[in-house]
Ligand binder design. Structure first.
Ligand SMILES: *Cc1c(COP(=O)(O)O)cnc(C)c1O
Length: 397
């Protein structure tokens, strides 16, 4: 097989169709550039798709996580439990509320370890943020049970998980918390350029609780409410009141125009990602020096990422050199994630060390993410798998 490529294969590329482009142009012509009918339509479509009472469109997943914490009453003096194996924003948003992020280790599936959560709970713990890593759901029942027992809110970082399911229910669905009716919960999706569904930049919060949704809407738009106008005056639509020092974190109709058509293609996108994951699994089946992603039962894994582990004891090169060599063969890869405890701000502020997070530290050292996205061809997959095989062959101990 030919192991050279003339062109660089990017690690990730968005998949934008003609329908998305036409809808954006229609939005521009309509004059609705800020939140308008398309945002409403996209919110309803996402709520319907995941099975949620309410969906609130926001400017990013990061904003959605931040506003969720605020809406759930997290503030100074509180502690929020966060897995260290995540993108920095999951922890940054906790800092933005004035609360303290308490980082915990993950399991071999890269997802938050419920036992580590249980050990980290104190009298100050207010919330926990499980991350559905790579599009495979975290152990939600274990997290919800702990949350109900200790009166914690749950904010799910579902940046990777639009299109994922847990025990037959879509991530973000109200029904997931059916057995935990007292639970205060939001689920936050990312529509960043490289995620399963994109609006360029954007996010969505779903919840079963209308009051939380109302609070999120107010916080996302300057803390403004028009309720008083509706109730008490006939002064006209100019009247509003500011009931909280809110933020500016709304989505625009231009973004929603993209999202509406991306959502229509989501099942197809996920099926393609799953096909690609099966291709890689099969290609690496007989390769002892790599560790394939762990698949858990009862999960519909959307494969936002395909994270391959290198069995470093059996190889003469490390992960960083492996990535460099993949690049020399014109294949882009990435690392998910540099754990939060490794970043200088968190390491120094909280005096963290890698021995406190043995599994995440080990996973970080050995992992690389391979290209996986709709539009990748069989030839792209074959080249990528062949280069991995070649490099392993060249660097066995
Ligand atoms: C991408 C990502 C985010 C941030 O999403 P934005 O929409 O860019 O704010 C948060 N958490 C995880 C795990 C992510 O991968």
């Amino acid at each position: 097989m030919d192991r050279t490529r003339d062109e660089f294969l990017p690690f990730a590329v968005p998949n934008i169709g003609e329908a998305e482009i036409e809808e954006v142009v229609a939005s521009l012509r309509s004059g609705w550039l800020s939140p308008g009918p398309k945002v409403k339509e996209f919110e309803s479509a996402i709520a319907g798709y995941v099975g949620a009472t309410a969906a609130v469109a926001v400017s990013s997943c990061t904003a959605g996580l931040h506003l969720s914490l605020k809406a759930l009453g997290v503030g100074p003096g509180d502690e929020v439990i966060v897995p260290t194996m995540t993108f920095c924003s999951t922890a940054n948003v906790v800092e933005h509320t004035g609360a303290t992020p308490i980082l915990v280790d993950v399991g071999p599936d890269h997802n938050i370890d419920p036992d580590a959560v249980a050990r980290a709970i104190t009298g100050s713990t207010k919330a926990v943020i499980p991350v559905h890593f790579a599009g495979q759901a975290a152990n939600l029942d274990a997290i919800y049970e702990l949350a109900v027992l200790h009166d914690l809110a749950v904010v799910e970082d579902a940046a990777h998980a639009i299109g994922s399911s847990y025990r037959g229910l879509r991530i973000g669905s109200d029904l997931l918390q059916d057995r935990y009716p007292s639970l205060a919960r939001t689920t936050v999706f990312s529509f960043y350029a490289t995620k399963n569904l994109t609006t360029g930049e954007g996010g969505m919060v779903t919840t079963s609780n209308e009051l939380i949704a109302d609070e999120l809407r107010i916080l996302a738009l300057h803390g403004m409410t028009r309720d008083a106008w509706k109730r008490y005056t006939n002064a006209g639509s100019w009247f509003y009141e500011v009931v909280a020092p809110g933020f500016k974190a709304n989505m625009t109709d231009l973004q929603a125009a993209i999202g509406i058509h991306q959502l229509a293609r989501l099942e197809e996108f996920v099926a393609e990602r799953q096909h690609q994951a099966r291709f890689y699994d099969a290609a690496f089946a007989s390769l002892d020096e790599v560790i394939k992603p762990l698949r858990l039962p009862d999960r519909h894994h959307s494969f936002h990422l395909y994270v391959l582990g290198l069995s470093l004891d059996e190889l003469t090169i490390d992960r960083n050199e492996f990535i460099t060599k993949m690049r020399e063969h014109n294949i882009g890869t990435s690392v998910h994630f540099i754990p939060v405890h490794v970043h200088p701000y968190y390491r120094k502020t909280y005096a963290l060390s890698e021995i406190d997070y043995p599994t995440a530290s080990m996973l970080f050292k050995r992992s690389l993410s391979l290209p996986i996205y709709p539009g990748l061809t069989e030839a792209d997959l074959e080249h990528t798998a062949a280069v991995v095989e070649l490099l392993i062959g060249e660097h066995r101990v």
